[in-house]
Write a protein that binds this ligand. Structure first.
Ligand code: F0G
Length: 469
C-alpha cells in the first residue's frame, strides 16, 4: 500500500516561451501610482510586477492557438476562420447562429438594441458594468434578482450566482411579462466574486420564463468555470465532463453574449449567439453599423481562428482543474492568514472584502480603491477595485450606488503565473493587512461620465499622503 497521504496536481502544460518582467522599487511605485491618480487602470503595465488587474485578454495562448494565427484568412467576407468559429460555437455551445464581435461589450450593445425597448425591465443575477450600461443606454431598467446570499461575502452557499425566482416572479407580477424582454443570466457572476449558478436553478428559471414567454440570454463569459463548479458541487454532475455541462447550460437559454477574452483563452474577441432566426437577421444587420460585416464583426480572421481553438481547450477537464485549482491555492493561503475574502473561493480570482480589511474607511472614501493602491505600492501587484467606484451612479437620482460588496479583485490570468507567484501575492496581502490601521481613504478628484472606474482619478486623504510623502 502507498504511504503517500496526498498526491499533488500540476498544470497540464509546459512553458515554451517566457516574457520578462521588470522589478521596481517602492519609491518608483509610489511615484507611478500617484501619477496614475491612484487608479490601477491608469498605471503603465511595465511598472507592474504581477498583473492581477483582470483575467480578460491576459491569458497565455497555446502553441496550437499561435499556429492558428498563421492560418488567418483575412478576407473581408466569408473568411474560413469564421466558419471554424461558427462550427466551434455550434459544437460546444449548441447555439444556431453566431455573430462575431470585437469583444463582449460589442455583443451586449447589439443584443440590448435589438431586444430592449424604452422602459423595459431587464432582470439579472447581479449587474456587470458594461452589460448594465448597454441595457440602460437602450432604455432598459436593470433589476437585480440574484439570491440575497450573493451580497454577503461570508455566506458559504455553493451557488451564490443563483437567481431568486421569487424576486423574478414579483417583477413579472409588477410590470407584466411584456415589459421583460429577457432575463440576463451570467455564469460565474463576476461582481459576486466569481460565484456560479446551479443547473437546478437554470432548469427552474427555464420553466418559469417559458410559462411567461420571456427569453433567457446568457452572459456566458466564464461558462466553463461555472461548469467546473457544477461538476464539483452539484449532485448528479460529478461524472459529467465540463464540456457536457457547458452544453447543457446553453440548452436552457435562447442566446448569449460572450467575451472570448476570458474562458476562450484569447487576447481579443467575442460573439453574440442566438437561436431565433429573425432576431439573428436583425442583429446581423445592426452589427455592420458598429462592428463590421457579420462574418468578422470586428475580429481579424486569425483571431477568430485562435478563439475557435481556445473554445475547445477551455472545456478540457484537466485545464479547468488546474485553472480553478490555482485560484483556490491562492485563496487558501489568504484564508490561513486570516484575510477577509469572499467565500466560497470563486472561479477567476480572489476577492478581498475591503470593508472588513479597512473597516475604519467609510465606503464613500473608497476602501477598495485605496487597498488596490496600497497593494501596488507594497509589491507591484496590480489588482482592481470592484466596489463603489465600479458601481457608478444611479442614472435617475445621480447618487453613488452603494453596493454591499466593496471588493478588491486579485484576478488570475489563465496559464500565465506560477505557484511561486501565488505565494508572493499572498505575502504582500498579509503585509498590507498587518499595517492596515495606518491606511487612510481617498477623495475622487476626476469622475468620467461612463464606467468611471476605468479613468477616475483620486487623491490620498491627508493622513495617507503624509505617510507616503
Ligand atoms: N460580462 C462579464 C461577466 C465580464 O466580466 C466582462 C468583462 C464582460 C461581460 C464584457 O466583456 O470586456 O470583452 O467587453 N470583464 C472584464 C473584467 C473587463 O475585467 O472583468 P469585454
Amino acid at each position: 500500500m502507498s504511504t503517500l497521504k496526498k498526491r499533488s496536481w500540476a498544470e497540464p502544460f509546459k512553458i515554451k516561451m517566457v516574457e520578462l518582467i521588470k522589478m521596481t522599487t517602492r519609491e518608483q511605485r509610489l511615484k507611478a501610482i500617484k501619477e496614475a491618480g491612484y487608479n490601477t487602470f491608469l498605471l503603465r503595465s511595465e511598472d507592474v510586477y504581477i498583473d492581477l488587474l483582470t483575467d480578460s485578454g491576459t491569458s497565455a495562448m497555446s502553441d496550437e492557438q499561435w499556429a492558428g494565427l498563421m492560418l488567418g484568412d483575412e478576407a473581408y467576407a466569408g473568411s474560413r476562420n469564421f466558419y471554424n468559429l461558427e462550427a466551434a460555437v455550434k459544437k460546444y455551445y449548441g447555439y444556431k447562429h453566431v455573430i462575431p464581435t470585437h469583444q463582449g461589450r460589442g455583443a451586449e450593445n447589439i443584443l440590448s438594441q435589438i431586444m430592449i425597448k424604452k422602459g423595459d425591465v431587464v432582470p439579472g443575477n447581479m449587474y456587470f458594468t458594461t452589460t448594465r450600461l448597454h441595457q440602460e443606454l437602450a432604455g432598459g431598467i436593470f433589476q437585480d434578482v440574484i439570491i440575497d446570499e450573493a451580497h454577503d461575502s461570508e455566506n458559504p452557499h455553493p451557488f451564490k450566482g443563483d437567481i431568486d425566482l421569487q424576486k423574478l416572479n414579483a417583477l413579472i407580477k409588477k410590470h407584466g411579462a411584456h415589459k421583460i424582454p429577457y432575463v440576463c443570466v451570467a455564469t460565474t457572476v463576476n461582481l459576486a466574486g466569481g460565484q456560479p449558478v446551479s443547473m437546478q436553478n437554470l432548469k427552474e428559471l427555464r420553466k418559469l420564463t417559458h410559462k411567461h414567454g420571456i427569453k433567457i440570454m446568457l452572459d456566458m463569459t466564464r461558462i466553463a468555470e461555472n461548469a467546473y463548479f457544477i461538476q464539483q458541487r452539484e449532485k448528479g454532475y460529478e461524472k459529467k465532463s465540463v464540456a457536457a455541462i457547458v452544453k447543457e447550460i446553453c440548452s436552457y437559454t435562447d442566446g448569449a453574449t460572450f467575451s472570448g477574452k476570458k474562458d476562450a483563452l484569447v487576447n481579443i474577441g467575442g460573439f453574440l449567439a442566438l437561436n431565433d432566426t429573425e432576431k439573428f437577421e436583425e442583429a446581423s444587420n445592426l452589427v455592420v453599423v458598429y462592428e463590421g460585416l457579420h462574418t468578422y464583426g470586428g475580429m481579424a480572421g486569425r483571431d477568430m481562428e485562435a478563439m475557435a481553438i481556445g473554445i475547445e481547450e477551455s472545456v478540457n477537464d484537466d485545464h479547468m482543474k488546474a485553472r480553478i485549482g490555482q485560484v483556490i491555492y491562492l485563496g487558501e493561503q489568504l484564508q490561513k492568514a486570516g484575510i477577509p475574502i469572499v467565500l466560497p473561493i470563486g472561479g477567476h480570482g480572489i476577492f478581498i472584502d475591503a470593508k472588513k480589511f479597512l473597516p475604519h474607511i467609510p465606503q464613500n472614501e473608497f476602501p477598495a480603491q485605496t487597498l488596490a493602491a496600497e497593494l501596488y505600492i507594497d509589491s507591484g501587484i496590480r489588482s482592481m477595485e470592484r466596489g463603489i467606484v465600479s458601481a457608478g451612479r444611479n442614472a435617475q437620482t445621480g447618487d453613488h450606488y452603494y453596493p454591499k460588496l466593496e471588493l478588491v479583485r486579485l484576478t488570475i490570468p489563465r496559464r500565465v503565473y506560477t505557484q511561486a507567484h501565488m505565494d508572493v501575492i499572498a505575502e504582500s496581502v498579509e503585509h498590507v493587512y498587518e499595517n492596515r490601521k495606518k491606511i487612510a481613504g481617498m477623495k475622487m478628484v476626476y469622475e468620467p461620465k461612463y464606467l468611471r472606474f476605468f479613468q477616475a482619478r483620486f487623491k490620498q486623504k491627508p493622513a495617507a499622503a503624509k505617510k507616503a510623502g
